[in-house]
Write a protein that binds this ligand. Structure first.
Ligand SMILES: *Cc1c(COP(=O)(O)O)cnc(C)c1O
Length: 471
């Protein structure tokens, strides 16, 4: 291998990255080229001989740019997606450059120490029980799978069965109770850890998607044996929070483990004004949230948080004579996640938390929620636009039209298409309670009130055009 001029190479990548991020503030239009187009653009036979790495980076950036989706743009309101804070991106570059396989702390003292501090800061900013352990995962799906695997170990050990050693065949059946409006990914986590996505008891919810505590209480009464209750902070469409105080009370009375999926909603707890939405959540046994959503950490980053650190480690630890020995009390990064070799995902978390501080996190989350209310207010002033949720967080769902459900569905789909073509902002759709809705998630780090105004004007114009009215 020829020697590489590292500085020149890294500077090239940095120049491409900076140019891309600057281009995002103006135009969040989705790429006009499709995935298939891009496959063709990149397709070539495996090179027989190599080429200069600088040319590889140049051609990579040039070829890829037309197919990049403006996910990190300030007027991107699709799904629930963070915007990769620049300091997180920069810290992530260091993680790659340092090349630290952060599985064992004794081998990687720097990055493991940074993760230990990031863990403490997260428990602090999220106001969770002191000493809770955090596994840094790829996202909330794997974090839910990790925390639920710990729950599985916890409730089965109590029933006299060791699932880590003996598996699930022959084990006492574990009852899983989950709100009917839980996120789809939790069901895939359940599938992964052997509980099945269908073999659960779905608990009724209210109009906003909140689990009904009395329905949970009734369902628990019919169950014997080990139990896990899965609650939610931040419903994907409405932003609603389950009533945690009541859920924890009835679950604990039944001897159940309580797990909370708070992929984005848990961040309400990091603010003085929204903290009350999460009241009682501290009584749960495990929690999940994402780094790459509201905290703006670059992809990929999620947190599996468990109150009982010893149990967390027990469920995830592996041992072999060739691996470094572990001293009692040390935080071993790989003992909290299902991986051995791993990148130090906690490093960009540390950098973003240090840049924002407790105050910066709270201000950002509160601003996004205020902008969601602003968005809802601007839109519902227009005839034929209806906000379909109580806007208590950062989510706004909107339905368009005057007629029956079918004509409103058609109108809403058409407006979404027009908005995407116009390109002022990006929004996508979903089904909610039998209606098709436009989803607006305000969660991008650099979004301003002016972005909300411009976007509301564009959405209203699209709706007027759909009706054949003047803009
Ligand atoms: C996004 C999300 C998930 C899945 O998170 P990933 O990071 O995409 O794996 C789970 N639950 C909720 C409520 C979410 O919003």
């Amino acid at each position: 291998m020829a020697t590489v001029d590292t500085s020149r190479l890294f500077a090239k990548a940095m120049a491409h990255a900076a140019a891309y991020r600057q281009s995002l503030t103006e135009d969040p239009r989705p790429p006009s080229v499709s995935y298939r187009d891009m496959v063709e653009r990149f397709a070539e036979p495996l090179p027989e001989t190599g080429m200069d790495p600088g040319e590889v980076i140049d051609s990579l950036a040039t070829l890829a740019t037309p197919g990049l989706f403006p996910i990190a743009a300030p007027r991107f309101f699709g799904w629930v997606i963070g915007a990769s804070h620049p300091v997180g991106v920069a810290a992530d570059w260091l993680v790659s450059a340092w090349g630290q396989n952060t599985g064992y702390h004794s081998m990687t003292p720097s990055t493991s120490a940074i993760e230990e501090i990031a863990e403490r800061w997260l428990v602090d900013v999220l106001d969770l029980p002191l000493g809770s352990s955090i596994g840094f995962t790829t996202g909330a799906t794997v974090a839910n799978g990790t925390a639920l695997a710990v729950a599985r170990t916890g409730v089965l050990l109590q029933a006299g069965w060791d699932p880590d050693a003996d598996g699930l065949f022959g084990a006492p059946p574990v009852e899983v109770l989950i709100g009917a409006d839980a996120h789809s990914s939790v069901f895939s986590s359940l599938q992964l850890i052997g509980f099945g996505y269908k073999r659960v008891t779905r608990i009724d919810t209210d109009a906003q998607g909140r689990m009904l505590a009395h329905a949970l209480e009734r369902a628990l009464q019919g169950k014997t044996g080990p139990k896990i209750v899965i609650a939610q902070a931040g419903q994907i469409n409405t932003g609603a929070f389950d009533p945690f105080t009541d859920i924890v009370a009835v679950s604990k009375a039944a001897g159940a483990w309580v797990h909370v999926d708070g992929a984005f909603g848990l961040w309400a707890r990091a603010t003085p004004t929204l903290h009350h939405l999460t009241e009682g959540i501290e009584g749960a046994d495990s929690w999940v949230t994402d780094g790459h959503k509201w905290l703006q950490v670059p992809y990929d980053c999620g947190f599996a948080i468990v109150k009982d650190r010893t149990l967390h480690q027990r469920a995830m630890t592996q041992w072999s004579s060739y691996l470094p020995t572990i001293s009692q009390g040390d935080r071993v990064p790989s003992a909290l996640v299902p991986e051995l070799s791993r990148r130090a995902r906690g490093v960009p978390v540390y950098a973003v938390l240090k840049t924002l501080g407790r105050e910066g996190v709270a201000v950002m989350v509160e601003r996004h929620c205020a902008m969601a209310r602003q968005f809802a207010k601007l839109l519902q002033e227009e005839s034929g636009i209806k906000v379909m949720n109580d806007v208590n967080l950062n989510q706004v769902i909107v339905n368009f039209g005057h007629g029956n459900a079918a004509s409103r569905r058609a109108a809403t789909e058409a407006v979404i298409t027009r908005v995407q073509q116009d390109g002022t902002c990006f929004a996508a759709g979903a089904e909610w309670r039998g209606d098709w809705v436009m989803r607006l998630s305000i969660i991008s780090g650099e979004t301003t009130e002016n972005d909300i105004e411009r976007s509301a004007v564009a959405i209203i114009a699209a709706w007027r055009a759909e009706q054949g009215l003047a803009p």
